[in-house]
Design a protein around this ligand. Structure first.
Ligand SMILES: [Fe+2]
Length: 373
């Protein structure tokens, strides 16, 4: 008899059950923060600059947390961050993948083609790449170009479903909206309908395989424009107790407040001498500081940072707060909050003497700022 398609089923001696009878759940091990200093990043940039040009043009290193394990080694458990360098005159080969990205130029300038759309970017500009978009990066300047790229590749790799196509030859897939298949044999005559008075529904197969499409756009946030608005927040004065930040909002992410369906990206200006209140959240936060200096207290340990440092500042659920020294701080924060909102997993404890709530399900927190300011 030929072996069955599921050879693992026949594997002798493997017990597919783990006995958990009466077992209480143990709290997860929190990751420690991890700080990569400007000097280390500069050395790595130099190493990439002096390496031979690879065939695909991508001079790239990944930032890896010491506790992360393959597959999907990231700077946080579900967040990949890479350091990407292009020399003057260089370009990358086309690529596409089912991970989404936040691109952040930290040095030099250049342009990117994504799905045929051109973005000219400068230092501290941010732009997102939607899933399965074909893109190339270009450096047509006389200076070295350095980008940080944040993506959910680590999470997809852990799920064993990160699909990457080098030099894709296929035409881009069109997003089709509001088109019904006219063949009546393919349509359930009943459609979707409410089953119970409490609100449980039934949905037929054709809706399952053709959910409503939402247009996803590649969007660009030029630093010059973001900074102008951020500086107005700085002027709000000491009476405002909220964070002086703007979220780089991609409207397709709806109520999850993202730049991609996985991540939010915020630009913060931290006035001198501001100390945040300690708090914690399930989402993991990675900060890149590009002006000023300060420190973070994470799980009672102090970490000093300065402009040019990259830090996993808030590993999920670790109690933390940040403080600026005597100069204003600018920082980009990338956090996997939208993913946690959609999963209903975003426990957030804004004040440690009050209970944690699920953000996006329970009502959220408020600052003292008048909405009309
Ligand atoms: Fe935080």
């Amino acid at each position: 008899m030929s072996s069955s398609a599921n050879d693992l089923t026949e594997k002798p001696g493997f017990n597919p059950f783990i006995d958990a009878t009466g077992e209480n759940h143990v709290a997860p091990d929190l990751w420690e923060p991890y700080l990569i200093r400007k000097e280390q990043i500069d050395d790595e940039i130099e190493r990439l600059v002096n390496s031979p040009k690879p065939e695909n043009g991508r001079r790239r290193s990944y930032f890896v947390h010491p506790l992360s394990q393959s597959p999907g080694r990231g700077l946080a458990a579900g967040i990949t961050v890479s350091l990407d360098v292009l020399l003057p005159g260089e370009s990358t080969s086309p690529i596409r993948h089912n991970s989404t990205q936040v691109n952040f130029c930290i040095q030099g300038s250049g342009h990117t083609f994504v799905n045929g759309q051109r973005f000219d970017f400068k230092q501290y500009d941010v732009w997102n790449h939607i899933s399965f978009a074909t893109y190339t990066h270009h450096n047509d300047t006389d200076d070295i170009q350095v980008r940080l790229t944040y993506s959910n590749a680590a999470l997809l790799e852990k799920m064993h479903v990160h699909i990457v196509e080098e030099d894709p030859q296929h035409a881009d897939i069109k997003v089709v909206t509001d088109v019904e298949d006219e063949d009546p044999r393919k349509q359930s005559p009943y459609g979707s309908f409410q089953l119970t008075k409490e609100g449980a529904w039934l949905m037929p197969y054709e809706t399952l395989i053709n959910p409503p499409s939402v247009e996803s756009k590649n969007l660009h946030w030029p630093w010059e424009m973001v900074k102008e608005n951020l500086d107005k927040l700085a002027a709000l004065g000491k009476d405002y107790i909220g964070r002086r930040l703007y979220l780089l909002y991609n409207p397709m992410t709806g109520r999850t407040n993202g730049i991609t369906p996985n991540f939010f990206a915020t630009m913060t200006i931290r006035p001198p001498g501001i100390i945040d209140r300690p708090h914690r959240h399930v989402s993991a936060a990675i900060n890149y500081y590009f002006k000023g200096s300060g420190y973070s207290i994470v799980e009672k340990k102090r970490y000093d940072w300065k402009a040019g440092d990259l830090m996993l500042s808030a590993p999920g659920w670790a109690i933390h707060n940040h403080a600026s020294d005597e100069e204003s701080v600018y920082e980009l924060t990338v956090q996997d909050q939208p993913l946690n909102i959609i999963m209903e997993s975003l426990l957030w404890q804004e004040a440690l003497n009050k209970p944690a709530i699920i953000l996006g399900q329970h009502s959220g927190f408020q600052t003292n700022r008048d909405n009309k300011v």
